[in-house]
Write a protein that binds this ligand. Structure first.
Ligand code: NAD
Ligand code: ZN
Length: 366
């Protein structure tokens, strides 16, 4: 490799490029010098990433004399209070509208920094440099920003598109295995709903993926981004297509809430993928053999897909009913027709499912 791949996100409001490669950090300085000449640069990151990569940043961005702000790592810091703290630090240093912010980190940093950038001086430019697999294929793309409150996750936020996204595969080398698998869950999800070829590629290349073989990773990351791009671009006209991204998430989110957010998102989603594939079988949309293939792919990546926990399905269903994506308190599900294709009907991409079927899908041993 060497040459970076460029994917262009097109949007009525604002498009932006995504660069993927193994030395994209060097490109950032060039991009800022060309597109944001004379702007002040702020980098927001977390303490883990700072301790690993502070030297790399100062080397690759030294001409820009960036101001580095680091916050403690973890979801519990994705709050309004942290946003305020970051804003105060920027204000104190007299950072004005002529500022470009770099979100350097995982989804927590991306969501939080995106929110800061969207309201600071009524909105300033942001560049995403995602360092987790999840952030590379999911959270850095699409412009959603936000923070958590005691009332729930991501309830306060904005849509603020970045000026560019720079994905450097080298960052994955230091990523703990658990975080890597967490991101794989979303990649497998998008393959299941939208691309049978990608699904088969992941089946055949699981060993190479787990060994972080560069070209294999490059392919699955690129493909996942292209699929998300297609969905978000088409959703601008055909409202609702974005729901595809929610496969596995109706159960997954409810389970995450039920576990009081102690279980990582990707590991809740993998359970959701299993339950919602089962719902697709029980409603006679998906073949049983395809469901088995899905479950064995999750197994290859040690992604939990059995609901062994001593859970009460009624409680989970109650949580689903108050999810922000329900309509009239009825949980809705993305349904699979086959691997790579979901059910659609009259421009609907999600469906109400009878409670006894949901219960059965949760209770059936997989
Ligand atoms: N905006 C969106 O569309 C969207 C989509 C999906 C998820 N999200 C959000 O993303 C967040 C989860 O993101 P995440 O999974 O990236 O978590 P995260 O940002 O908390 O990162 C996970 C952990 O990995 C560490 N880390 C990050 N990069 C590293 C690296 N290269 N090497 C070693 N350690 C590293 C971090 O310090 C952290 O401890 C959630 O808040 C979720 O709501 C947003
Ligand atoms: Zn998700």
């Amino acid at each position: 490799m060497g040459e970076e791949i460029r994917i262009e996100i097109e949007s009525k409001n604002k498009g932006y490029p995504i660069f993927i490669g193994n030395s994209t950090s060097a490109l950032i300085q060039k991009f800022i010098e060309e597109n944001h000449k004379n702007k002040k640069v702020g980098i927001i990151t977390d303490d883990n990433i700072k301790s690993l990569y502070e030297n790399t940043i100062s080397k690759s961005l030294n001409h820009l004399s960036p101001y580095l702000i680091s916050i403690p790592a973890g979801e519990k810091n994705k709050t309004r209070e942290t946003k305020e703290r970051i804003e105060d630090m920027l204000l104190e240093k007299k950072y004005s509208r002529d500022t470009i912010i770099i979100a350097f980190g995982g989804g927590v940093i991306g969501d939080l920094t995106g929110f800061v950038a969207s309201t600071y001086n009524r909105g300033i430019s942001i560049i995403h440099v995602p360092t987790t697999l999840l952030a590379m294929v999911d959270s850095s793309i699409g412009g959603k920003t936000g923070v958590d409150t005691k009332y729930g996750k991501n309830l306060i936020g904005t849509i603020h598109q970045p000026d560019a996204v720079f994905i450097d595969l080298n960052f994955l080398n230091s990523l703990p295995k658990e975080e890597f698998l967490n991101g794989m869950s979303e990649i497998i999800k998008i393959a299941i709903t939208s691309d049978k070829e990608l699904f088969e590629f992941i089946e055949k290349n699981s060993k190479e993926i787990l060994e972080k073989e560069e070209n294999t990773l490059l392919y699955i990351i690129k493909r996942s981004i292209e699929l998300k791009k297609e969905i978000i671009e088409r959703d601008e006209e055909e409202s609702g297509l974005r729901q595809t991204l929610n496969f596995g998430h109706t159960f997954g989110h409810a389970f995450e809430n039920y576990s009081e957010y102690k279980i990582k998102h990707g590991f809740c989603i993998s359970r959701g993928i299993a339950v919602e594939s089962k719902i697709s079988v029980l409603t006679e949309n998906l073949k049983r053999e395809e469901e088995k293939r899905i479950v064995s792919l999750l197994d290859k990546f040690s992604l939990p897909n059995k609901i062994n926990e001593d859970i009460n399905p009624n409680k989970i269903i109650d949580i689903m009913k108050v999810d922000k994506k329900t309509r009239n308190q009825k949980p809705r599900f993305v349904i699979l027709k086959e691997i790579g294709r979901i059910k659609t009907k009259n421009k609907d991409f999600s469906f109400e499912i009878k409670e006894d079927i949901i219960k059965k899908a949760i209770e059936t041993p997989k």
